[in-house]
Design a protein around this ligand. Structure first.
Ligand SMILES: NC(=O)c1ccc[n+]([C@@H]2O[C@H](COP(=O)([O-])OP(=O)(O)OC[C@H]3O[C@@H](n4cnc5c(N)ncnc54)[C@H](O)[C@@H]3O)[C@@H](O)[C@H]2O)c1
Length: 425
């Protein structure tokens, strides 16, 4: 008789890293007052009692606070990585050793391990899935249809995941409610813009230690992330060129003071290229061909497909690691090009992801979205649902309160005026 293989309880790099992880998690907590308040309430009210929950997120110090809050709320939570390069191994170790949260994530895991972890997570038979990019939800819908009946709902963290959920809905396969966390104001205004803006440059600087002042930086995509990256690069003294496919966003970039042109024109001018489009092959062989010797390319969009690295690799005569997360590709035309973070999210591969202060609001939305799904179990239609406006506003109110900032309230006269149409010129 052959014994049934038992699933490991966790898979992390090294449990002895836990004490380092604990200190860093505590440090991040200083900047996460909103999530802390939610955690304290969850611990008393247990809104997620009896819920099996899996979270596929970047395993960072901030995600640790989300996982701890969900567990405090009564959830039977399990965590996997949403990207092979974004895991902080000390955080993963600490969550297992000190908080008893099963984690399956190792920085640098190969694609096969990444997908095996997705399967392990689905073996947990989740009622709620917190997804970042949509991989777990897509796997559920494709390969685990028999489990869909147990799903109360999913929540999605990022733009790319929302695009995939909309495509699933259009194809008629999204048969449960999915909370659109990305589009909450207190998420994308701050996380995508200020978080990606700062942490992308942080990743580039940590990987290369180059001076950005005076460099020409080409930012592909002027969405929320692109605005943040462009704004911060300009602040550091770079000359920023924006590439876009959306005419309105292109005008916005022009009026924000940036040069806008197609990638083919920008390619020979840029010292550094950052893609943040959520699209595929935004930088292609013809662009590599035109780039300056020593030009650097990186990506901060969700998937590692924005730069056509396969074509670059196929052409290169040699690829060598010159620093951590920095690879130099020797090209047959005599030039060398530099790729950061293997074309994966450079802010998570080469740095630590977003600062805690913005993840405080993003993950407050995640925690409250889970509570909302449970409270409204069986009442929500299949498809995407916005975070309720009152939840979004409450998160903003709590954040302001924690920052010690007060704002005005409407006077009765103003309330009346805002609700009337009779008074004009
Ligand atoms: N690095 C991070 O930590 C992080 C954080 C949040 C979001 N993201 C990811 O970053 C990506 C962008 O997110 P966003 O919120 O800015 O999305 P967005 O939809 O607001 O912006 C994307 C922009 O890219 C443009 N675009 C699309 N194809 C293009 C092309 N071929 N060339 C030039 N521009 C093109 C679009 O017109 C749009 O303006 C997504 O994949 C998202 O999931 C990453």
């Amino acid at each position: 008789m052959t014994a049934t293989p038992t699933r490991p309880k966790y898979e992390v790099k090294d449990l002895s890293l836990a004490s380092k992880g604990k200190k860093r998690i505590e440090w991040a907590g200083r900047e996460m007052p909103v999530l802390r308040q939610i955690q304290e309430r969850f611990a008393l009210e247990k809104p997620l009692a009896g819920i099996r929950l899996i979270a596929c997120c970047h395993v960072t110090t901030e995600t640790a606070h989300l996982a701890i809050a969900l567990k405090a709320g009564g959830a039977d939570a399990l965590l996997i990585a949403s990207n092979p390069l974004s895991t902080q191994d000390d955080v993963a170790a600490c969550l297992v050793a000190d908080y008893g949260i099963p984690v399956f994530a190792i920085k640098g895991e190969d694609n096969e391990t990444y997908h095996r972890h997705v399967q392990i997570a689905l073996d947990h038979k989740p009622n709620i899935i917190i997804d970042d990019g949509g991989d777990v939800t897509a796997t559920l819908v494709k390969e685990r249809k028999n489990q869909i009946g147990e799903i109360v709902g999913t929540t999605e963290e990022t733009t790319t995941g929302i695009i995939r959920l909309l495509a699933m809905f259009k194809d008629g396969v999204l048969s449960f409610p999915a909370m659109n966390v990305n589009d909450a104001d207190t998420k994308h205004f701050f996380d995508n813009r200020y978080g990606t803006g700062q942490s992308t440059l942080d990743g580039i600087i940590r990987a290369t230690n180059v001076l950005l002042a005076g460099k020409t930086i080409v930012v592909a995509g002027y969405g929320w992330c692109g605005k943040g990256v462009s704004m911060r690069a300009k602040g550091l003294g770079a000359n920023v060129i924006v590439t876009e496919i959306n005419p309105t966003r292109a005008i916005e970039a022009v009026m924000d003071g940036f040069r806008v042109m197609p990638m083919a024109e920008a390619a020979p001018q840029g010292d550094l290229f950052v893609t943040v489009t959520g699209n595929k092959h935004v930088i292609r062989p013809e662009h590599f061909e035109a780039m300056k010797d020593g030009a650097m390319v990186c990506n901060s969009g969700h998937f590692d497909i924005e730069i056509d690295l396969q074509s670059l690799g196929a052409k290169a005569t040699e690829v060598r690691e010159v620093r951590n997360f920095t690879q130099q590709y020797q090209m047959p035309n005599g030039k060398s090009l530099v790729v950061l973070g293997e074309g994966r999210l450079v802010n998570l591969a080469a740095a630590e992801g977003h600062p805690s202060a913005v993840m405080d609001m993003s993950f407050a939305n995640q925690a409250l979205a889970c509570e909302y799904l449970v409270k409204n179990k069986g009442k929500l239609q299949p498809g995407l649902h916005s975070i309720p406006e009152e939840v979004d506003k409450e998160i903003a109110r709590l954040k302001l309160q924690a920052m010690g900032i007060k704002i005005d309230t409407l006077t009765p006269e103003q309330v009346e005026y805002m609700n009337s149409w009779t008074s004009g010129t």
